[in-house]
Design a protein around this ligand. Structure first.
Ligand SMILES: *Cc1c(COP(=O)(O)O)cnc(C)c1O
Length: 396
């Protein structure tokens, strides 16, 4: 048998971390990596953060899991905090981002069902989106590499160009349930939606009684410098999916909704065995303790500006490689003139971890706790690596 015990769906690389300390990952042989990937926007507090470890340890010793058939003081507390901090009136906890998006899709459809309009079941989604790997979430994107070979896909999604308001409005018909989008596309290449686009979608939703569903699985939880990215657009969604950073490394996601949007989600309509168990709630509460304060959010914005300025100063020195820097807060992308995947692989050999994204972008997603020394180490390392990098023939 040639297949590996781990199903070979990932091109696993030579980095084999066994330990983490703050912004550093340590490999099997003791090699150190500067982690500006954060497990793809997950480890907001870096590795081995004492507050997160303590909360998980205490809860693990006390009570790890009970069924959602019982009352949940831990879940009520985290849900109440999210309600107080956001547009939402109610929260459903999940174990992953894709499940949070699934719940968001179901909530949008149920809203129209409960309102007596079951035909309004089609979500307008956007090109190059990434919403996860379940059947519904791959049906909600036009990315061939996510969909190929998994037919039949689910009905009820229509994909139009991202950030094209006219195309989005033209796609509305009598069966439209709403829009599903990432305010800042992550996997698609760190593309923030424009202000006009977000405001235009909100206005259309108000006029046509549609659901504005945001997928903030990657850009949410303080990553962009506000607790959720929508705040910076001056609009509010009806439904929002969040995950990745919210557990700081513990698997946790959530679907947030207004009371109106959740009007169809009554007893028996949805569920999850693990979703929101006491251990996950302890992790989520510990992360929010740190990242939801105004001081922490201001620090993310300032750190993001300094990192961005340092990158923008560096890239003209390597103008054969880099084009521009884009993004918000500490969700940054460096647009390359060559294959970003090959360059991200080369950076790994220099002890620097980043993530490749679509459109030849290098995703820069450090833990939110980085300081000026970390920024200097990253930008200096990136600059030295860029000077030595020879673009492979197939990546030119
Ligand atoms: C990662 C991601 C998902 C899927 O999250 P999983 O936890 O991998 O299921 C969904 N949407 C966006 C925007 C993401 O970045």
């Amino acid at each position: 048998m040639a297949i590996t015990p781990l199903m070979p769906v990932y091109p696993r690389c030579e980095v084999r971390p066994v330990r983490g300390e703050g912004v550093w990952l340590i490999g099997e042989g003791g090699e150190r990596y500067l982690d500006f990937a954060s497990g793809i926007a997950v480890n907001l507090l870096g590795h081995s953060h004492p507050h997160l470890i303590g909360a998980i340890q205490r809860q693990a010793e006390t009570l790890m899991h009970v069924s959602n058939l019982y009352g949940s003081p831990q879940g009520e507390s985290l849900a109440q905090r999210l309600v107080d901090l956001t547009f939402a009136d109610t929260v459903f906890f999940t174990n992953s981002g894709a499940e949070a998006v699934e719940c968001a899709i179901k909530t949008a459809r149920r809203y129209h069902h409960a309102a007596g309009n079951p035909h309004k079941n089609k979500l307008i989604t956007f090109s190059n989106a990434f919403h996860g790997r379940t059947m519904a979430t791959i049906s909600a994107t036009d990315q061939v590499k996510l969909r190929d070979g998994f037919a039949p896909l689910l009905e009820g999604f229509e994909v139009v160009a991202f950030d094209d308001l006219d195309a989005a409005l033209a796609a509305i018909d009598e069966n439209t349930a709403g829009f599903l989008l990432e305010p800042v596309q992550g996997e698609g290449g760190i593309r923030p939606a424009s202000q006009e686009f977000m405001a235009g979608l909100r206005k259309a939703c108000d006029e046509h009684d549609l659901m504005l569903v945001l997928d903030e699985v990657q850009c949410g939880v303080a990553r962009t410098g506000s607790l959720y990215a929508y705040e910076q657009y001056g609009i509010e969604p009806d439904i929002l999916a969040t995950a990745k950073g919210i557990g700081g490394g513990f698997p946790l996601g959530a679907c947030l909704a207004t009371e109106k949007a959740a009007s169809g989600m009554v007893i028996g309509t949805h569920g999850s065995t693990y979703g929101g168990n006491p251990l996950a709630m302890a992790a989520g509460n510990a992360v929010l303790d740190v990242v939801s304060t105004p001081e922490f959010l201001a620090q993310v914005r300032e750190t993001g500006q300094r990192l961005r300025a340092a990158l923008e100063q560096m890239i003209p020195n390597h103008d054969g490689l880099f084009e521009s820097v884009r993004g918000m807060g500490l969700m940054l992308g460096i647009k390359m003139k060559t294959d970003s995947r090959a360059f991200v692989g080369y950076l790994r050999t220099r002890g620097i971890l980043t993530v490749a994204a679509g459109d030849n972008v290098v995703r820069v997603l450090p833990p939110l706790i980085i300081d000026d020394n970390d920024i200097r180490a990253f930008v200096d390392g990136l600059s030295a690596a860029s000077a030595d990098y020879e673009v492979p023939a197939e990546a030119a």
